[in-house]
Structure formats: structure tokens, C-alpha cells
Design a protein around this ligand. Sequence first.
Ligand SMILES: [Ca+2]
Ligand SMILES: [Ca+2]
Ligand SMILES: [Ca+2]
Length: 297
Amino acid sequence: MNRMRTWTVAAALGAVATGGAISAQGRGVPSEIAFFSSRSGNNEIYVMSWDGRAPLQITDDPASDVDPAISPNGRDIAFTSNRTGNNDIHVVGSAGGAVVNLTGNPANDGWSRWSPNGRHIVFHTNRDGNFEIYVMNADGSSPTRLTNYPGIDQFPDWSPDGRDIVFRRDTDIYALEVATGGLRRLTATPPLNQMAAWSPNGRQLAFMSTRDGYPSVFVMNADGSGLTNLTPKAPGDADADWTSRAPSWSSNGRHIFFMSFRPSTGLDTEIFVMNADGSGLTRLTNAIGVDGSPRGR
Ligand SMILES: [Ca+2]
Ligand SMILES: [Ca+2]
Ligand SMILES: [Ca+2]
């Protein structure tokens, strides 16, 4: 736990000290956000400064490249691409370069998340016939199934102490204690809860829920209590005109990034950031096409 805290503080200090200058120097993404965008005509991975400045294109392939995650040391970005004809987890250096396919499996593999120590990657895959949570070494070796359930298990994320993996099972969010296999159910409200992301201090989870009639970003305590809708739609707007999802936290835990379309974006999906209590909403992208899955380090 102490080691994690040191890492989090170091990452936060890095953000203050370096701003958006790192990508311009070709040194990688610490202090930056990885995301995907279709602004060039198909989905590619980009990084940009935490305030939306200096977007830098990382991948360049006609296939769909989505859902990036930055490694804890900032050197690599894992992402999902269908460049082999089906979705696989790939990894690329955080300043671009060669792309390596880590899964190489004909099934649908996606939503990769690094373990806090950077040695493992958790992801979802339907290689057993329905979606399960798997973990593999960071080089793609030793893929191991963590769940065995006939329904849907998807969208995993690691707790900052590395002990637990939160994920969607059916329509709710659960936490799995990796060492024991112990399972805790954290939501029980229809119709859908998914894409949970653990706060850097381990105390909260941001996630997407449709319980209020439209996809919205919520936060709750790690035991499932204290639930708040952080991105409520404007009163009187149609439910269909508001979607906010795929939240992730800044390394200092003060901010939450997410993707959203709403009347103010002309229903084009953009990346936003807000304070962890939902205040201080700021739009970070303004590009035609989907800008999504923002993920800091
Ligand atoms: Ca692409
Ligand atoms: Ca695959
Ligand atoms: Ca857009």
C-alpha cells in the first residue's frame, strides 16, 4: 500500500512538473491522457495533455483501434484493435512505433487494464463461448481465466492495491478478490451498470449506470454505498440526447475523465473532465467523430 501511494504521488508531481511537453519531446505519456478518436476517418489511439492540449496520434492503421490503457511506468499503451480481423489486445510504445498483438486469439478480446505493478494485464474475452475475465502476463504469455460464469463478465479494472478486480457481471458490478476468488456484489439496480474504474486511493468507484433512464457516470464507495449521479442530464432534455460513460480517474484522484454526447456537443461524442464531485465540468475535445475511452496514467 505504501508503495502504491508513493507511485500515485510521483505521478501527480510529474503532471505538475511537465505539463504537455512530454509528447512534443517524443518521450511518452506520463501526465497525459490516452483516448481513441475517429477524427482521421477511423478509430486511432491518441494521447493528449490532461487539459486537452497537444493531441498526438499514436496508431495509424485502417482497422479500429480503441480503449487504450497506459502502463504504470508510462512506457506502453495497451489497446483493443481488430486489425487481425477480430478484436485482440495490442501494445504500442507510448510515443508510437511497433504494435505487438498480445492475445492472438480468434475470439473477441478487449478492455485491457494493467495491474498496478505493470506485470499483468486483465481483459475480457469470449474465447470460452461467453465473456469471461482473463489475466495474462504483460508480454501476452500465460493467459489465465479468472471467472467461470455462463453470463456476461466484462469491463475489468484493478484496485490500486492489486488485490481486487472489479467487473461487470450480467447487468451489475462485482469485485473479485484475486487471491481467494471471493466475490462481492456492489450494485443491484437495473437496467445496467458497467465500466467501473477504481479511484487511486481505492475508496471509490466511478462507473456507468442507466438507472436514471440514460447512460450516466456515477460514483460510489468501494463497498457500494454512497451513490451519486455525477453527470445528470439537463431537466427537460430527452433521455436519448444524453450519454456519459467510460469514466477514469486522474492520478491524483481529483478529477474524472469520461466520454459524452449531449445537446451542447451537437450529439457528437467528446471527452470531458470534471472534479470528482461532478463540479467544474470542462470539455477537452472538439472533433467530428467519436472521441472516447479517456484513460490517464
Ligand atoms: Ca485505426
Ligand atoms: Ca481475438
Ligand atoms: Ca468528437
